[in-house]
Design a binder for this molecule. Structure first.
Ligand SMILES: [Zn+2]
Length: 211
């Protein structure tokens, strides 16, 4: 009996193939020779990787210096940025967790950093605020009654009172975000709740899991 290896495309005797119970014919698709070469290449790659890792761990400063020099080249820099952008996209959840942890690991310093950024970029801050106001406006239905509006004002007052009471900032949160990625919540009484600012910030524009 003969069989063609899917890797080297050579027709070989069945004895040249390892047995594999899950296959229809009872043998592997690649010949023993190809399998063994593949295994060796994999081992070599793993070894190379391990060596590179060890070299880096032994002298991280040297690699940081080299990286810095490499990135002076605009083409390399572009490729590097592109890779990082894609990595962050693939690991969005991980990145959010990392930022969250980083922010709260020294909240005071983070707040100062944000304040500094805001004072140096007041035009961006103003733009974001006006976008935010516009989003709230778009999400406010015309059918709100006077009682609805009163209820909402009370909710905002409540956030202020709770901030004073507990000594930490409380925000009014839209349970369904008004600037959600896939859905759009409304600026209406039933979509409002008062929660600690810390929770609100870490939520971003994602709907909370328990809603
Ligand atoms: Zn083969």
């Amino acid at each position: 009996m003969m069989k063609i290896c899917t890797h080297c495309r050579q027709e070989k005797d069945l004895a040249q193939f390892s047995k594999r119970a899950a296959s229809a014919d009872g043998y592997m698709a690649q010949c023993k020779e190809c399998r063994s070469r593949y295994g060796k290449e994999k081992d070599q790659l793993a070894k190379k990787r391990q060596q590179a890792r060890a070299a880096y761990a032994a002298n991280p400063e040297k690699y940081a210096r080299e990286q810095k020099l490499r990135l002076l080249n605009p083409a390399a820099k572009k490729k590097h940025n592109q890779y990082n952008r894609e990595w962050r996209k693939r690991n969005a959840e991980k990145e959010r967790a990392r930022h969250r942890e980083n922010y709260w690991s020294d909240a005071e310093a983070s707040k100062n950093r944000v304040k500094r950024y805001q004072s140096e970029n007041s035009h961006i801050v103003r733009q974001n605020e006006s976008r935010r106001r516009a989003a709230v406006g778009r999400s406010t239905p015309a059918w709100l009654t006077r009682d609805d509006k009163t209820f909402m004002q009370i909710t905002y007052a409540m956030a202020k009172i709770m901030s004073k009471m507990h000594g930490v900032k409380y925000h009014v949160d839209h349970i369904y975000p008004i600037k959600g990625k896939t859905s759009c919540g409304l600026h209406v009484p039933l979509n409002l709740r008062v929660i600690p600012a810390r929770q609100n910030i870490s939520k971003g524009n994602r709907t909370h899991p328990y809603v």
